[in-house]
Design a protein. Structure first.
Length: 255
């Protein structure tokens, strides 16, 4: 095995720190150095994963993280772990851990679908601990009708449902539409049920998600939300928290 591999990877990362938000070229250059190291050694996966996680966190953009204010959170699309390690010339959205889910969430955010939606299902698990916060039903009934039946095929599960990750809710195979949930804790049992993680909260988990109101003894009726929109939720569940607006704040495009 290549001697001092961990130190070599740390050196690569050290060259990147202090630059603020990384460009795609910076990350590509770092990945080229990692590939050279891999050619020289039989690398333990957990060593490389630790390095890639550092680069990924830096690449989300230091300026984006620093600009987060109370009540805001930042979600990023997660990539396939093997792609993260070895690099690729493909478009980032095609390298996502759940590419169909990533494409759908990107389109929804660009279309401002989530503006004004409520976290209508914030529940505890059977063990009494926080389970998931679910959202993604439009407060506008016309929008709900427009998206009804717009299902996307399932993605393979490549990342686990751990704390802070996001995935689409589903009622069975190939039934994902617009509803999304955030995991409060380690819900890796959902992996076996086919819930494919597409993103993770990288800022605001403790200050936003953990603080979502979950004091109602019952869960709002999804049929009523579909028929009446936010008027129903405001009347029956006035203390529910919601999304003021959701925007794409950073994206990489290849020339």
């Amino acid at each position: 095995m290549f001697e001092g591999l961990s130190e070599k990877l740390s050196g690569i990362f050290d060259k990147l720190t202090g630059r603020g938000a990384l460009s795609e070229a910076d990350v590509d250059a770092a990945m080229r150095e990692v590939r050279r190291a891999l050619l020289e050694a039989d690398v333990a996966l957990d060593v490389v994963r630790s390095f890639v996680d550092k680069v990924r966190a830096q690449a989300i953009g230091a300026n984006v993280i620093k600009s987060v204010t109370p009540g805001q959170m930042v979600v990023k699309i997660v990539h396939d772990e093997l792609v993260d390690m070895l690099g690729s010339e493909a478009d980032p959205i095609d390298l996502a851990a759940a590419p169909r889910g990533a494409d759908r969430i990107y389109y929804l955010v660009k279309a401002r679908f989530f503006d004004g939606v409520k976290f209508f299902r914030v529940v505890n698990g059977s063990d009494g601990k926080p389970f998931v916060a679910q959202f993604g039903m439009s407060g506008d009934t016309a929008v709900t009708r427009a998206w009804h039946g717009t299902r996307i095929p399932d993605d393979s599960v490549r990342r686990s449902n751990v704390r802070g990750t996001l995935a689409f809710a589903a009622g069975g195979p190939n039934t994902r539409t617009t509803q999304v949930y955030v995991n409060f804790s380690d819900n890796s049992r959902l992996d076996r049920q086919g819930f494919a993680v597409f993103g993770e909260v990288v800022a605001g988990m403790a200050t936003v998600v953990d603080e979502l109101y979950r004091g109602y003894p019952d869960v709002p009726s999804q049929d009523s939300i579909a028929r009446q929109g936010n008027a129903y939720l405001t009347r029956k569940y006035p203390r529910l928290d919601g999304v003021e607006k959701a925007r794409v704040v950073q994206e990489w495009r290849r020339e």
